[in-house]
Design a protein around this ligand. Structure first.
Ligand code: RFL
Ligand code: PHB
Length: 389
């Protein structure tokens, strides 16, 4: 088999890139290790920056998103019994939308089906060969048979645990990592959201986040120990703990119900440089991870996709390889800014095991500056809604 671009990974990065390329007449095959149902059962991001929204529109997959999303013109932060809002629209004239990653992925799969683009699910043992030559190829096992696809380029969109990053030799690749000493326990429940904005809560008992998917679907998170197991947390214990981390008037309004999903995610900052090796280009979580506090993971994946899409269309349509040559540098410049914001918001809002009283005072002073200082609010707003591509 031969195609122009092999995309390893059928998550949001791979699917969005595939759809954008398809519309420019560039052929791509997506290889996904899992089944479609498995990919669509993962509950992840909820906040989309305008950059991603614009790409979904450009890819022709925004119809349902435009109809069903919630526009959020600000976000709320709480500490003890204080609750304040950072109004993006007033501060910088911009906003974000709430539309789940699951829905983004579903819309992209539907669009792939509609145009007859090829996605190979349950592709095992994907291996990338000769990426440092002009004739790369990818092999994989499907139904116990080995297959080979020759191509011009490989897009490594296979997430943090994928094979693409590992294909880059150790001598070329440098990894930067910070593992946080806690996780997030998240639940999804068919209950109305407690507030019209998201609430990021700093409390003496640890961080909590009140998010949502629609008017009858809420997503809540609490900071938990890394040794905790989701199955050991009953719904009642979760609701109880969440309430104790929110301002009293918010906790009183919280509508609880059975969870329909419950899982723990560890928190990590990670960047692998460079994001290109020969004809292999990394995109999204394959190259970088952020703790979810700044809502930057999917959105940073989208900016990679935008740079790579333009680089590949430049190559195929204008015979110009400058975009490919500058891809890694350009993508990483934005990645590090997202890393910084995610790291800073994580430090601001969580309790750390080794925090001294001095550290706590500093955290409090920083939250108060966000509460009362417009310059600090503007910095937060600009980063939260997304820095320009
Ligand atoms: P994904 O989504 O991990 O998709 C990679 C795909 O590749 C497949 N794969 C392979 N396929 C073939 N061969 C192999 N060897 C393969 N190995 C893996 C996988 O099965 C998968 O389908 O990466 P992608 O596309 O780069 O997308 C990244 C986003 O998923 C991620 O950054 C976000 O979910 C992060 N994130 C958030 N991001 C935001 O922008 N806003 C948010 O509000 C937000 N909230 C979150 C989050 C992530 C969370 N967790 C669970 C880590 C909240 C949470 C709790
Ligand atoms: C979510 O709704 O899942 C969500 C929202 C904002 C974040 C992280 C996760 O910062």
């Amino acid at each position: 088999m031969r195609t122009q671009v092999v995309i390893v990974g059928g998550g949001p990065s791979g699917l969005l890139l595939g759809q954008l390329l398809h519309l420019k007449g560039i052929e791509a095959i997506v290889l996904e290790r899992k089944t479609r149902d498995y990919v669509l059962a993962r509950i992840r991001a909820g906040i989309l920056e305008t950059g991603l929204v614009d790409l979904m529109r450009e890819a022709g997959v925004s119809e349902r998103m435009d109809k069903e999303c919630f526009v959020h013109s600000g976000t709320s932060i709480s500490y003890e019994n204080e609750l304040f809002s950072i109004n993006f629209e007033k501060l910088i004239g911009r906003n974000v939308i709430v539309y789940g990653q699951t829905e983004v992925t579903r819309d992209l799969y539907d669009a792939r089906d509609a145009v007859g683009a090829q996605t190979i699910f349950e592709a095992d043992g994907v291996s990338i060969h000769d990426a440092d030559t002009d004739a790369p190829y990818v092999t994989y096992l499907k139904d116990s048979k080995e297959h080979r696809i020759d191509c011009d380029f490989v897009a490594g969109c296979d997430g943090f645990h994928g094979v693409s990053r590992q294909t880059i030799p150790d001598t070329v690749r440098k990894e930067y990592e910070k593992v946080f000493p806690f996780g997030w326990l998240g639940i999804l429940s068919e209950t109305p959201p407690v507030h019209d904005e998201l609430i990021y809560a700093n409390s003496t008992r640890g961080f909590a986040l009140c998010s949502m998917r629609n008017e009858n679907l809420s997503r809540y998170y609490i900071q938990c120990d890394l040794s905790d197991k989701a199955e050991d947390w009953s719904d009642d214990a979760f609701w109880d703990e969440l309430k104790r981390r929110l301002p009293e008037d918010i906790a009183e309004k919280l509508v609880t119900g059975p969870s329909i999903e419950k899982s723990i995610a560890p928190l990590r900052s990670f960047v692998s440089e460079p994001m290109r090796w020969g004809r292999l280009f990394l995109c999204g979580d394959a190259a970088h991870i952020v703790p979810p506090t700044g809502a930057k993971g999917l959105n940073t994946a989208a900016s990679d996709v935008q740079y790579l899409y333009h680089a590949l269309t430049g190559f195929y349509l204008d015979k110009d390889s400058r975009g490919l040559d500058t891809y890694s540098e350009k993508a990483l410049a934005r990645v590090w800014k997202a890393e910084r914001f995610s790291w800073a918001t994580t430090n601001l809002l969580h309790r750390f095991p080794d925090q001294s009283e001095f550290d706590l005072k500093m955290q409090r002073a920083e939250i108060e500056s966000l509460h009362f200082n417009e310059t600090a609010q503007k910095w937060f707003a600009e980063n939260y809604v997304g820095l320009p591509y």
